[in-house]
Design a protein around this ligand. Structure first.
Ligand code: C2O
Ligand code: CU
Length: 490
C-alpha cells in the first residue's frame, strides 16, 4: 500500500510520526469509560502492605470485533491501581511471566535505588524465558519496596527496560499508583465516585487488531526507500482513555476530580472542553506530577506531555443537564482531535468545593552554587542518536554527581520537544527562556515539557536516597535511542 498515505504529521507539536491503523476503528463516544480496579493487598502487617502483581500476556477487547494481545500487570491494560498511605511502606512482589526481561519503575516515587527500576536491573522471566542477560536483580519474582515518605500524589508504574521501554509500555505495561494522606483527606475535594484517574495514550492497530509497533533498524533511517522514522516518536491514530478508545462517561451535574496522566509514548495533548463552560474556567488544577498545589490554578486549556500528571476539578453543574461535553485535543486533528466525552446526565447534590488554599508544601530551598547545564539533542549522521550533553546512555558512566539533601539549579536546553524526567529528585520550574514559567508549570514536578529551542530553568531537590538513578527524555522512542543519563546521589 501507499506508505505516504499511512503516515503524516497530524500534530506538529509532538515529536514523532503518525502510524495509521489498518483495523476498522469504532465510532467515538460509544464505549463506556472503564476505571481500573484497585488492587487489594495480599496481607498487611504493622510495617507494610504487601501486594502481588503478575506480569503476563492476555487477550483484551479494545476495538469492537477484534482481540488484542496485551502485556499487562495482572494481564490488564491499564494495570490495577495501587492505593497507598503516605509514609506507609508498600511492597509489591512482581512476577514476570512474560517471555523477556522487565524492569518496573514507580514514576514520581522517591525510592531506594535497588527498587527504583534502574534500566538494567532486569527481572527475568520465571520460566519459559528465552532471554539470558548478565545483569539482573532476580528471576521469576522480585519484591519492590516503596517507603512512600512523600505527600499525596498521582504516581504511575510502568516498564523501564533499557532500550525496550517504548514497545513494552506500548503493549500495556502501565498502571496508576496513588498516594493519599491526611492533609488531602481533610480537604472538601470531590471524592469517591467523583475522583477518577484518566490514563490517556495513543495506539495504532494492525489489520488483525494487534498493537502496531514497527521495528525499524535505526541505522536505516534516512536511507533510500525508508520513508519513516518512528524512532522520533510513535504517534497512533487511536486515543485510549483507561484502555478504551474515545470513551464516554455519564456524569452528575457536579464537580469531579480527574487525575490526568499522559501515558503516551510520544504524543503531547492540548486539552480543552468543547463546549467550554458558559462561565468559569474549564479546569481548576489542584495537583501536578508529585502532589497537590498550594493554591489552585485555572486553565481553559493546558498542554500535557508524556508522563506528566495534572489533577483537575471540572464542575459539570455549569452545564445544562443533557449537555455532551467533549474533552478535545487541540494539538490533534481528525481522530486524534478528541479524547473522550462526558454526558451530563442528571442533577445531583454536591457538597465538594475547591478551597483557595489547598495544602502547605515544602518551599524550594535556595539552590546551591551548582548550576548544571543539560542539553538534549540529536546527533550522528546517517542514523539518529538522541543524546544528553552529546552522550548516548552508558550505564557505566556517571553523568551527574549530586549531594544527598542538596538543591541545584539545572538549565535544560533542547533542540526539539523533549519531556524531561528526573528520577528521585523533585523540582520546580523557575523560568522558560529567562521568562516566567507557564501557569501549567505550577507545583512540584518530576517531568517538564521542554519545547524546541527552549531553555528551561528548574530548581531540583535531591531528598531521598543515595545511589544510582537516571534522568532521561520521556518520549519513549528517544529514551530507547539512548537519551538517558546517570545521576549518582552521594
Ligand atoms: Cu516514567 Cu524513567 O520514567
Ligand atoms: Cu526526547
Amino acid at each position: 500500500d501507499d506508505k505516504d498515505e499511512k503516515s503524516g504529521k497530524d500534530d506538529k507539536s509532538s515529536e514523532g510520526e503518525l502510524l495509521k491503523s489498518d483495523a476498522k476503528l469504532p465510532q467515538p463516544f460509544t464505549a463506556p469509560l472503564a476505571i481500573p480496579p484497585v488492587l487489594k493487598p495480599v496481607r498487611s502487617d504493622a510495617d507494610a502492605d504487601y501486594y502481588e502483581i503478575t506480569q503476563k500476556s492476555a487477550k483484551a477487547q479494545i476495538l469492537p470485533g477484534y482481540t488484542t494481545e496485551v502485556w499487562g500487570y495482572e494481564g490488564r491494560f491499564p494495570g490495577p491501581t495501587i492505593e497507598s498511605r503516605s509514609g506507609r511502606k508498600t511492597v509489591v512482589r512482581h512476577t514476570n511471566q512474560l517471555s523477556l526481561p522487565t524492569v518496573t519503575h514507580l514514576h514520581g516515587g522517591v525510592t531506594p535505588t535497588q527498587y527504583d527500576g534502574y534500566p538494567t536491573d532486569f527481572l527475568l522471566p520465571g520460566n519459559g524465558g528465552r532471554v539470558r542477560v548478565d545483569k539482573s536483580i532476580a528471576q521469576g519474582s522480585y519484591d519492590y519496596v516503596y517507603p512512600l515518605a512523600q505527600p499525596a500524589a498521582t504516581l504511575w508504574y510502568h516498564d523501564h527496560r533499557m532500550d525496550f521501554t517504548g514497545p513494552q509500555v506500548y503493549r500495556g505495561l502501565a498502571g496508576f499508583h496513588l498516594i493519599r494522606d491526611d492533609a488531602e483527606q481533610a480537604l472538601p475535594l470531590p471524592r469517591g465516585d467523583r475522583d477518577i484517574p484518566l490514563m490517556i495514550c495513543d495506539r495504532s492497530f494492525a489489520a488483525d487488531g494487534s498493537f502496531h509497533y514497527p521495528s525499524i533498524d535505526p541505522s536505516l533511517t534516512g536511507k533510500p526507500g525508508v520513508t519513516h522514522d518512528y524512532m522520533k516518536g510513535l504517534l497512533g491514530d487511536v486515543i485510549l482513555v483507561n484502555g478504551t478508545p474515545w470513551p464516554v462517561l455519564e456524569v452528575d451535574a457536579a464537580k469531579y476530580r480527574f487525575r490526568i496522566l499522559n501515558a503516551s509514548n510520544a504524543r503531547r495533548y492540548q486539552l480543552a472542553l468543547d463546549p467550554p463552560p458558559p462561565k468559569g474556567a474549564a479546569f481548576t488544577q489542584i495537583g501536578s506530577d508529585v502532589g497537590l498545589l498550594e493554591r489552585p490554578v485555572n486553565h481553559d486549556s493546558f498542554a500535557i506531555a508524556s508522563a506528566e500528571r495534572f489533577e483537575v476539578v471540572v464542575d459539570f453543574s455549569a452545564y445544562p443537564v443533557g449537555t455532551q461535553v467533549t474533552l478535545v485535543n487541540r494539538f490533534g486533528s481528525g481522530t486524534t482531535g478528541h479524547v473522550m466525552r462526558f454526558h451530563v446526565a442528571r442533577k445531583a447534590s454536591d457538597d465538594s468545593s475547591v478551597p483557595s488554599t489547598l495544602v502547605k508544601r515544602d518551599p524550594l530551598a535556595a539552590p546551591s552554587s551548582v548550576t548544571r547545564s543539560v542539553k538534549f539533542s540529536r546527533s550522528g549522521s546517517g542514523y539518529e542518536t538522541w543524546t544528553i550533553n552529546g552522550n548516548a546512555f552508558d550505564p557505566n558512566r556517571v553523568d551527574a554527581r549530586v549531594t544527598l539533601g542538596s538543591t541545584e539549579r539545572w538549565l535544560i536546553k533542547s533542540n526539539a520537544h523533549h519531556p524531561v524526567h528526573i528520577h528521585m529528585g523533585h523540582f520546580q520550574v523557575l523560568a522558560r527562556n529567562g521568562k516566567d514559567p507557564r501557569p501549567s508549570d505550577a507545583g512540584w514536578k518530576d517531568t517538564v515539557d521542554v519545547l524546541p529551542e527552549e531553555e528551561v530553568e528548574i530548581g531540583i531537590r535531591f531528598a531521598g536516597y543515595r545511589g544510582r538513578y537516571v534522568f532521561h527524555c520521556h518520549n519513549l522512542e528517544h529514551e530507547d535511542m539512548a537519551m538517558m543519563a546517570n545521576l549518582e546521589v552521594t
